[in-house]
Write a protein that binds this ligand. Sequence first.
Ligand SMILES: [Zn+2]
Length: 124
Amino acid sequence: MKKGTKLYSILKLKCPHCQIGNLFSNPGLFVIKGILKMPENCDHCKQSFKLEPGFYTAALWISYPIELIIFIPVFLLGLSLDSLNGFFKYMYPLIILFAFMIQVPTMRIARAILLNMSIDHNTK
Ligand SMILES: [Zn+2]
């Protein structure tokens, strides 16, 4: 993945300004502790991550469509395969488990997308 692009910053969860500092105190997509804990500023370039009070509430409006994009096809596929001996009935617990597994990465990526919409990469 090419450094300097917004996609790099979003998927690697890096500071949108310098793309070196981590967005989250506990880096990585799949974490258990400190899921949404972010430092006040980037530890490399000191870019503020707390742009205004309630800023990350808007991230809900980013994570919601991501979940819909993933689960509407899964749901429709499940319904279409339901005629095969109730296939969907057996897949249902796995889909619920999958939904829980992608919750943390989706919330983190939604925050990264929101910050990248507000802050541009410093090309200098
Ligand atoms: Zn930075």
